[in-house]
Design a protein around this ligand. Structure first.
Ligand code: FAD
Length: 383
C-alpha cells in the first residue's frame, strides 16, 4: 500500500477539514448540550458530495475511492462524532448497501436523494431483545399478495427520527436464525410505523437515536433489498464496510484528543513551567500519538483492500476493535492532561470521551469483533 495520498485524496481531505473547522467544530459543544445537531448540516454535507462518496455518479453519488471516504469520515469524527455518525449510517450503511444490492429501480429511487442530503437513511437491525445476536431477530414480514405486512420493533436506531427510509431487517420465513431474514427499504412515513427518540445517552447526544415500532406496516414486495432469505448477508456486508467507517471516526476522535492535549500542555503552567515539560505529561501525549498512528494505519489498510477488490472483513473488525478502544484511551489520556479542567465541558476532552465510549459497543461490541477475528484465524466459530 502506498501511504502517500493522491492529489484528489489530499484535496478532499483539505475540503473536509476546512468545512468541519468552519461549520461543525465551533458548534459541536452547543449541539451536544441541545441534544441535537442543526439539521441544516445535512444539506451542506450533501452539497459537498460527502453523502455520496464511493457511490457511482450515475446515481447521484460523488464517486471517489474508499480512502477518500475514510479521510472525510476521519475529519468529521475529529470535529463531531454526532455528525460523523449521520454520514456513516446514511451513506455508509444505507446508500452503499443499496448501491451494492439494489435493483435498478431501487437505486434510481433512493440514491440521488440520499447522496444530495434531500433524504436520510437509517439501519434497522437491533431489536430490544436482540443486539449481538442479531440473527435471532423477531420482527416479522408476512407475505400478503404482492406486499408484506411488517410487525415488530427496532432499538437504538441512529438517524431513526430523521430518516426518510429504513433499511429494515425482518423475518420472512420460519427457518431458524439468520436464514429466515430478509432486507427491505421501508419509507419512514409508512402508515403503522411510529418513531420515538431515545434520550439520556452518555454521548452522541446531538444525534437522533430512536426506537421504531412497526404495527402491520404494508411494504410492497418490490421493496425487498437483495434475495428473499439473504437479509442477514445484506446486513453483514453493510457492517463489514461500516466498521471501517466507525474506525475512521475513532481515528478522528483520537486525533482531536491529541490536538487538544498538545495545545493545553503548551499553555498550562505548573511548577514554574508549561506542563508539556513534565515527562509524565509527555508520556500521556506519546501514548495518544501512538494510538492515533496505529488506528489510522489499520483503518487505511481496510480502505486500500476494498479499493483493490481484496477480502477485508477481518481487517475491518481489527481496525474497528483497535480504533474504538484506542479512541476511548486517547480521550481519557487527553482528559488527564487537562486535569480538573478536562472534567468540564468548556474543554473538548470530556465530550470526546463520552462520544468515544459507544464505539466499542455498536456495529458489533469489542467482544463480538474478537470472536469474528478469532473465527477467521482458527476456522472455529464460537457463536
Ligand atoms: C448510540 C447507539 C446507536 C446505535 N445505532 C444503531 C443503528 O443505527 N442500527 C442498529 O441496528 N443498531 C444500532 N445500535 C445498537 C448496537 O449495535 C447494539 O447496542 C450492539 O450491537 C450491542 O447489542 P446490545 O446492546 O443488545 O448488547 P448485548 O448483545 O445484549 O450485549 C451485552 C454484553 O454481552 C456481550 N456479549 C453478547 N454476546 C456475547 C458473546 N457471544 N460472547 C461474548 N460476549 C457477548 C457484549 O459484548 C456486551 O458486552 C446502536 C446502539 C447505540 C448505543
Amino acid at each position: 500500500m502506498n501511504l502517500e495520498l493522491s492529489e484528489e485524496q489530499s484535496a478532499v481531505r483539505r475540503l473536509a477539514r476546512e468545512f468541519t473547522d468552519r461549520e461543525v467544530a465551533p458548534y459541536a459543544a452547543e449541539w451536544d448540550r441541545a441534544e441535537s445537531v442543526d439539521r441544516a448540516i445535512v444539506k451542506k454535507l450533501g452539497a459537498l458530495g460527502f453523502l455520496g462518496l464511493t457511490v457511482p455518479e450515475e446515481y447521484g453519488g460523488s464517486g471517489g475511492d474508499h480512502l477518500a471516504y475514510v479521510l472525510v469520515t476521519e475529519e468529521l469524527g475529529r470535529a463531531d462524532s454526532a455528525v460523523r455518525g449521520i454520514v456513516s449510517v446514511s451513506l455508509g450503511l444505507v446508500a452503499k448497501t443499496i448501491a451494492a444490492w439494489g435493483t435498478e429501480e431501487q437505486k434510481r429511487s433512493w440514491l440521488p436523494r440520499l447522496c444530495s442530503g434531500d433524504a436520510l437513511g437509517c439501519f434497522g437491525l437491533t431489536e430490544p431483545g436482540t443486539g449481538s445476536d442479531a440473527g435471532n431477530l423477531t420482527t416479522r414480514a408476512v407475505r400478503e399478495g404482492d406486499s408484506y405486512l411488517v410487525s415488530g420493533s427496532k432499538m437504538f436506531i441512529t438517524n431513526g427520527t430523521w430518516a426518510d427510509v429504513v433499511l429494515l431487517f425482518a423475518r420472512t420465513n420460519d427457518e431458524p436464525g439468520h436464514r429466515g431474514v430478509s432486507a427491505f427499504l421501508v419509507p419512514a412515513d409508512s402508515p403503522g410505523l411510529t418513531r420515538r427518540e431515545v434520550h439520556g445517552k452518555l454521548g452522541l447526544r446531538g444525534q437522533a437515536t430512536a426506537e421504531l415500532a412497526f404495527d402491520s406496516v404494508r411494504v410492497p414486495a418490490s421493496a425487498m433489498l437483495g434475495p428473499e432469505g439473504k437479509g442477514f448477508s445484506v446486513a453483514m456486508s453493510a457492517l463489514a464496510k461500516g466498521r471501517m467507517s466507525v474506525a475512521a471516526g475513532c481515528v478522528g476522535i483520537a486525533q482531536a484528543a491529541l490536538d487538544a492535549a498538545v495545545s493545553y500542555a503548551a499553555q498550562r503552567e505548573q511548577f514554574g513551567k508549561p506542563i508539556a515539560h513534565h515527562q509524565l505529561v509527555q508520556e500521556l501525549i506519546a501514548d495518544i500519538s501512538v494510538d492515533v498512528d496505529a488506528a489510522r494505519l489499520l483503518t487505511w489498510r481496510v480502505a486500500d483492500l476494498i479499493d483493490r477488490g481484496q477480502p477485508f472483513a477481518t481487517e475491518s473488525s481489527t481496525a474497528k476493535l483497535f480504533a474504538s478502544e484506542a479512541a476511548v484511551r486517547a480521550a481519557g489520556n487527553a482528559l488527564q492532561v487537562h486535569g480538573g479542567y478536562g472534567y468540564i465541558d468548556e474543554y473538548p476532552a470530556g465530550k470526546l470521551l463520552r462520544d468515544a465510549r459507544v464505539m466499542t459497543l455498536y456495529e458489533g461490541t469489542s467482544q463480538i469483533q474478537k470472536l469474528l477475528i478469532g473465527r477467521a484465524r482458527t476456522g472455529v466459530s464460537a457463536f
